[in-house]
Design a protein around this ligand. Structure first.
Ligand code: SF4
Length: 358
């Protein structure tokens, strides 16, 4: 029954326009902030906060902003183009202070922005001042919500404390959800998927961080997403016992055996991929309305893991010193070429992330 209600709610939310999706998201963010204030004393708040988290993560919309503080990574995942990009001329770097200021200036062109500090390649926690940068961006009035994905390899003790401080200072609950990606449920699968030997470290760090969240009465939604090998076994009970030992009430575990790809993507036989649909994609993908502020100073449409292919910049809209009109004109050109001339950008050909929403 509970599952049926969840599916019905998801279907309903999927029908909403982008404008209404954002309104629902902001409304439930506000409710969550209010319920969180009571959480330390009122245990009934747990159910309400979990409901808010359920809705907030399903109402991100398709116009959010990816703020890439770094494009450097500490893993070489087999489902990511990063290892191939390392063999190109692309510059790997951290976002500078000067670029941060330029990009913050550009945020005034957005209303009620949702910022995802998830790089296309890279891990946010590798930026030496990631907490200072995130705090500055979250203080921008047009930013209403924020989130990020990390592989938690660098979620060491110092970064755990920095993240707790950041969340405690965030009195408006803008950073209501965090996502940690984990390669399978054992040492061998992790090494095969992420190409580094960090499984035990990551499990220990995630548990230590959940303990800190609980001790500090914080209510941030922690989404643990398990990436699985084609033949990898997933058991929810095992995942919970391993990854949420402190029993923090706002942990949500998901897993996937399937990965996104496009026609130019080098596939790996150890993992499965979503099948491309046969539908004719006459409308440009909705995610072209997303914006990514890249660590190297470029500005791109979209920011999913396959939106930048090695040696391809077809979704690049310009550089940070370009006017906002020039950036939006470049976006419109890509969309018009797709819809009027049938010219589909390289990352979008055969892309299984494609979405068409009004
Ligand atoms: S089709 Fe794929 S690569 Fe292109 S904008 Fe959509 S999600 Fe990104």
């Amino acid at each position: 029954m509970k599952q049926k209600i969840k599916i019905a709610t998801e279907l309903f939310l999927n029908q909403l326009s982008e404008h209404n999706t954002r309104r629902v998201s902001l409304f439930f963010s506000k409710i969550k902030t209010k319920a969180s204030a009571s959480f330390a004393h009122q245990k009934w708040a747990i159910r309400l906060i979990r409901l808010c988290d359920f809705i907030i993560v399903r109402t991100n919309g398709f116009k959010f902003i990816e703020f890439e503080l770094t494009n450097i990574c500490n893993a070489q995942c087999i489902f990511c183009p990063y290892p191939d990009m390392l063999r190109t001329d692309k510059k790997f770097m951290n976002m500078s202070d000067a670029l941060l200021a330029q990009n913050i200036e550009k945020l005034k062109h957005f209303n009620n922005a949702l910022i995802s500090f998830t790089p296309t390649t890279g891990d946010t926690l590798l930026h030496p001042e990631w907490d200072y940068f995130i705090e500055k961006i979250m203080q921008t009035p047009s930013v209403r919500q924020a989130t990020f994905f990390t592989n938690a390899i660098k979620l060491d003790e110092a970064n755990q404390l920095k993240l707790i401080q950041l969340l405690k200072k965030d009195r408006n609950g803008k950073m209501s959800q965090l996502y940690f990606s984990i390669g399978g449920l054992n040492v061998a699968d992790y090494k095969t998927l992420y190409k580094v030997d960090r499984f035990e470290l990551v499990v220990q760090q995630i548990n230590a961080f959940l303990k800190l969240l609980k001790e500090n009465n914080l209510t941030t939604g922690i989404h643990l997403h398990l990436k699985m090998l084609r033949a990898g076994d997933f058991e929810m009970a095992k995942a919970i016992a391993m990854l949420n030992q402190p029993n923090y009430p706002f942990v949500y575990i998901s897993h996937s055996h399937l990965y996104y790809s496009n026609d130019g993507y080098k596939r790996n036989a150890q993992i499965g991929y979503y099948k491309p649909t046969d539908e004719e994609k006459k409308k440009a993908c909705s995610y072209l309305y997303k914006t990514r502020f890249a660590a190297d100073g470029s500005v791109w449409a979209d920011g999913c893991v396959i939106s930048e292919m090695p040696n391809d910049s077809s979704l690049k809209l310009g550089d940070a010193d370009a006017s906002w009109d020039a950036i939006e004109n470049a976006r419109q050109t890509i969309i018009n070429q797709w819809e009027l001339e049938g010219i589909v950008p390289k990352p979008c050909i055969g892309c299984t992330v494609y979405q068409c929403k009004k």
